[in-house]
Ligand binder design. Structure first.
Ligand SMILES: [Zn+2]
Length: 322
């Protein structure tokens, strides 16, 4: 089996939606959901992104909903001495040295800003360090992939938001964006962008996946894609094997290099899972699969941790004037 001391960064989960539920306790092992603190530990996860997603019911007070979710998240996380919130440049190193789980708060879809770029600073104060502009639909800032052929580019507010993310050092997450605003946001961003959870469109032509041209453009800006474990993004069907997921890693590595690859499981945001990757304890199985497919230890370390660490180091610091 693969070296279990290797730490993983996972760029996307929807587990906050379980926080506060009576049948779920993040600090102990649960039979519901895909992850909790013991299972993240067992899987070797050193840093987990936690998304606040108010869609698809965002029509109903997304700001209120996001604040509630952040309140629950902070209440759960702050009570746990073995968890380190990742908000500043030293936090990753502290988490690693002290063996804590790093927790990074992300907004999935900018609906909670309700069109106001000024609110970004408030979310930053609450600990948000990554933000995707849309979920699947149109909002004040851009169109998501769900708008399909009718999708337009970034709005004026969307352009302002991308610039503000760069200034503030908050990670721009391009997941869920329609192709036109994807290109525009990539162009405007002053820092390397992330695609937190998507897969290779060349292997599975799902609208949420990235075509080879998009992957190349992302890599040219030193961006990173977290490959998701969602069978529909891997095969287009409700089932996928580990080998089929590994095909996506091999494809992206062959196209743009291993320096742009990471994991973005989408655990607790997906109903079906890859066979053998049932929950957050499964990462060693994935890493062993990468080894068997010919990735060298140094390359696996980049996929597991190094690439996202590099991206975060380009963000987590004082705001810069732009
Ligand atoms: Zn998503």
């Amino acid at each position: 089996m693969f070296d279990r001391s290797l730490k993983i960064i996972d760029c996307h989960c929807d587990t906050i939606a379980l926080f506060g539920r009576e049948d779920y306790d993040f600090s102990s092992r649960n039979s519901t959901g895909h992850l909790d603190l013991p299972r993240l530990r067992e899987g070797g996860v050193g840093l987990q992104f936690f998304a606040v997603c108010t869609a698809p019911v965002a029509e109903h007070h997304p700001l209120h909903r996001a604040l509630e979710m952040i309140g629950r998240y902070r209440r759960v996380i702050e009570g746990l001495p073995s968890v380190q919130r990742i908000e500043g440049p030293a936090d990753l190193e502290i988490a690693r040295k002290e063996g804590r789980l790093g927790a990074l708060l992300a907004l999935e879809g900018a609906e909670p800003l309700e069109g106001s770029v000024e609110l970004l600073e408030i979310f930053a104060l609450l600990g948000v360090r990554a933000l995707s502009l849309t979920w699947n639909r149109r909002n004040h800032f851009a169109d998501g992939v769900g708008e399909s052929a009718a999708a337009a580019g970034l709005t004026r507010a969307g352009r302002k938001l991308v610039r503000e993310l760069s200034r503030r050092g908050i990670v721009l997450d391009l997941a869920h964006l329609a192709p036109a605003p994807f290109d525009q946001a990539l162009e405007l961003s002053e820092r390397p962008p992330l695609v937190s959870h998507a897969n290779a469109g060349a292997l599975c032509s799902h609208p949420r996946n990235l075509g080879d041209g998009q992957l190349k453009a992302l890599a040219a800006r030193d961006g990173v894609i977290g490959l998701s474990f969602y069978p529909y993004f891997i095969t287009g069907r409700p089932e996928a094997s580990l080998e089929q997921l590994l095909d996506h890693f091999v494809h992206v590595a062959g196209l743009v290099g291993v320096e742009h690859l990471a994991c973005g499981s989408d655990f607790d945001g997906i109903e079906e899972t890859v066979t053998g990757l049932d929950d957050a304890t499964s990462y060693p199985v994935l890493l062993e699969g990468l080894r068997q497919r010919g990735f060298r230890p140094a390359e696996i370390e980049l996929i597991a941790w190094g690439n996202v660490e590099r991206l975060l180091q380009a963000h987590l610091g004082p705001a810069v004037p732009l």
